[in-house]
Design a protein around this ligand. Structure first.
Ligand code: SF4
Length: 694
């Protein structure tokens, strides 16, 4: 600040990286951001931040920003800068000719959890009301779609049960497949404070994350399981609870569907679900499983926090329901200190799901086949809606390779880097006749685009993000978008160019429409958010100032529903050719595919993806620290630098996916969650060997 001068103005807004949703004051001088200061009244962060958030503005003025719309006839042609009108005209002609020749189902849209609620809402409205298709999806497909499915089935709504501050009332914290100190650092610190005060900790993870042993915090139990074995482990925890009579009978009787509970009890007590039976499958000894289950069931207020290590599996949805079963069986739902809480990866992944950007659901998680719900939107939008669910991202790509899907509008998402089986994504994109990418930079997906529409950063627009605790935070504009338009304006322009009357003057008008049509948002408005700072949905007549803890007294669905969770092993197995299992995660200084953080000072801390390998696996392969290694799966091969580490167990490797040079997803597989098609990023059979070049 000393170099850049004393700030003249500050504007409170929300970090655009992870699902914690920290509030910041963006300090300005000469209309430029000179510093981001954590906002002490921010209800998600209470004045704290991490290194990502403090430097989050660094990429907004990066020379790689695209500042004019561009078009090209073929993806092998050079880009031509054009006016907005020329770009829209080009896109409209292609969309209309594809729609005329192949029908509405040849069109689709993908929105991003990086965009605001209002922008995401408009993308699904564009797809449904203007394109005439339910082919709309969000990047939640590749992260927390199993959370949506599992929690809605068990509890009745697709969201975490608690606010972050609830952890301060927890006596036992069960962290499964999450690494909060790296991926959700401000909440990770809040959790560590509670652990230092004496809360007990159980970590379920194939890797020794920081929380397992860090200054003044040590996990009581680290259940270091083999990748892909979450479901037998959670079943064995539940088996112990029932086998040893530790269940909360009163809670089950008063709050849950008792017939389904009886069926589940019979299932979970089967011998194959005992800790002794699953010890070989999971690699975790039976006594540790039993001890952890006793602690969770009897240690006081017990909360579950989980991440992508739960969802990104072929049984991701099963595991979410398994955790819900465990929480209901022990009565750990519906008050402070307990609950089942997804740590959402992206800033607005909760919001993008809330806003109806799934092919089967309208905003508020209401199924598209429900005529009453469709009627609300048909009246509001003045169109009739298709009652059949549309295609998910992987289905759109498959259909493109089969020649039946032709045009895709992608707002703020780089599917060619973030989605699995990149070669297949590339062949799908290259088969399309119209790919429209709306983004900040020429990302990997843009290499297959015909139209590029330059988007805006979070500092260049008004709107809202919803964080992992359902908190709707305001995003406020502090600078002009270099190409002159916020993302919501571009979507609106495209709708108008296609002949649909969309005329919002401001994102607050979009939120007013969301509130008019979505029961959990009826009490939300920009005025209220500005007055209260933020609110946690449901925010409506019954809860005018929001809802920090859900399912108090009753579940949203009425009674909690126990679901059977039989273990089905992943089809991806270690074998003679690929004897090791690779799993992936994040590091503190980088964010997802790194499009933003790689263009900030954060790259001073880390500038490449690193492969962690256990000493025993490294030694037999002649691998030492910093050795360049080729990692091959049956899908492809990539090159990384190795780090020999006991954080991973023998037979397991770990890396991140922040850098396109590595393209980690070249080697991940086509397997996916059975219910939602969330990719199985966390289990890939690989072999690794030293090599000489990157
Ligand atoms: Fe907060 Fe997450 Fe941003 Fe860090 S990255 S400042 S924890 S919202």
């Amino acid at each position: 600040v000393a170099e850049q001068g004393v700030p003249e103005e500050s504007v409170v807004t929300t970090c655009a990286y992870c699902g914690v949703g920290c509030s910041f004051q963006a300090e300005l001088k000469d209309d430029q951001v000179v510093r981001m200061v954590p906002y002490k009244y921010g209800k998600a962060n209470h004045g704290h931040s991490c290194v990502k958030g403090r430097f989050a503005w660094g990429y907004t003025n990066h020379p790689d920003r695209i500042t004019a719309p561009m078009i090209r006839d073929k993806v092998t042609d050079p880009w031509r800068e054009v006016t907005w009108e020329e770009a829209y005209d080009f896109a409209v002609k292609r969309i209309q000719s594809i729609s005329d020749a192949h029908g509405h189902s040849a069109l689709g849209a993908i929105t991003s959890s990086r965009c605001t609620n209002e922008e995401t809402y408009l993308v699904q409205k564009l797809a449904r009301a203007v394109f005439g298709t339910n082919n709309v999806d969000t990047c939640a497909r590749v992260c927390h779609s199993p959370t949506g499915y599992g929690l809605k089935t068990a509890f009745g709504t697709s969201a975490g049960t608690q606010g972050f501050d609830s952890v301060e009332a927890s006596d036992v914290i069960l962290v499964i497949g999450a690494n909060p100190t790296d991926a959700h650092p401000v909440f990770g610190s809040q959790m560590k404070r509670r652990l230092r005060e004496g809360a007990r900790l159980i970590v379920v993870d194939p890797r020794a994350i920081d929380l397992v042993r860090t200054p003044h915090v040590e996990a009581d139990y680290h259940l270091q399981l083999k990748p892909g074995t979450n479901v037998p482990l959670v079943n064995a925890l539940a088996h112990t609870v029932l086998d040893e009579g530790l269940e909360d009978e009163a809670f089950i009787k008063e709050r849950c569907e008792v017939d389904e509970y009886a069926e589940w009890k019979e299932f979970i007590l089967r011998p194959e679900n005992s800790p002794e039976a699953v010890a070989d499958i999971t690699g975790v000894d039976a006594e540790s499983i039993r001890a952890a289950a006793r602690l969770y069931a009897t240690g006081g207020e017990a909360a579950i926090y989980y991440g992508l290590g739960v969802t990104e599996h072929s049984q991701g949805s099963t595991m979410v329901m398994g955790m819900a079963n465990l929480a209901m069986a022990t009565g750990n739902i519906g008050r402070n200190g307990v609950g089942v809480n997804p740590l959402r990866g992206q800033n607005n992944v909760q919001g993008s799901c809330d806003m109806g950007s799934f092919p089967h659901e309208l905003p508020g998680y209401r199924h598209i086949s429900d005529p009453g719900v469709r009627d609300i939107y048909e009246k509001e939008w003045g169109v009739s809606l298709d009652s059949d669910p549309g295609m998910r991202i992987p289905n759109m790509i498959d259909a493109a390779t089969n020649g039946t899907f032709k045009a895709l509008y992608v707002q703020g998402e780089d599917i060619l880097q973030s989605d699995p089986n990149i070669k297949h994504i590339a062949s799908g994109l290259s088969a399309m006749e119209c790919v429209i990418v709306q983004d900040l930079f020429l990302n990997e997906t843009a290499s297959y685009a015909h139209v590029f529409l330059p988007g805006s950063t979070f500092l260049e627009k008004e709107g809202t993000f919803t964080n992992a605790e359902r908190r709707i935070n305001r995003v406020r504009k502090v600078a002009e978008p270099p190409a002159g338009k916020a993302d919501w304006e571009i979507t609106q322009d495209l709708a108008q160019a296609l002949g649909y009357p969309m005329n919002y003057s401001d994102p607050s008008g979009i939120m007013d429409e969301i509130a008019r049509t979505t029961p959990t948002f009826t009490g939300v408005s920009f005025d209220k958010l500005d007055r209260l700072g933020s609110v946690q949905w449901p925010c409506n007549e019954q809860h005018p100032e929001g809802t920090p803890v859900m399912h108090v007294g009753d579940f949203v669905r009425g009674r909690g529903k126990f679901m059977l969770t039989p273990y089905v092993a992943s089809d991806e197995r270690a074998n003679r050719k690929f004897p090791l299992l690779l799993t992936t995660g994040r590091i503190l200084s980088q964010y997802n595919v790194g499009a933003q953080t790689r263009r900030t000072g954060n790259s001073l801390w880390h500038s490449e993806d690193i492969l962690e390998i256990h000493p025993s696996d490294a030694e037999v392969r002649g691998i030492a620290d910093d050795t360049l290694v080729a990692v091959a799966s049956r899908m492809g091969e990539t090159t990384l630098r190795a780090k020999v580490s006991e954080r991973v167990m023998p037979g397991v490797l770990h890396t991140t996916f922040h850098f396109p040079e590595t393209a980690t997803n070249v080697i991940t597989t086509e397997y996916a969650d059975w219910a939602t098609e969330c990719p199985e990023y966390k289990v890939t059979a690989v072999e690794v060997r030293p090599c000489n070049t990157l």
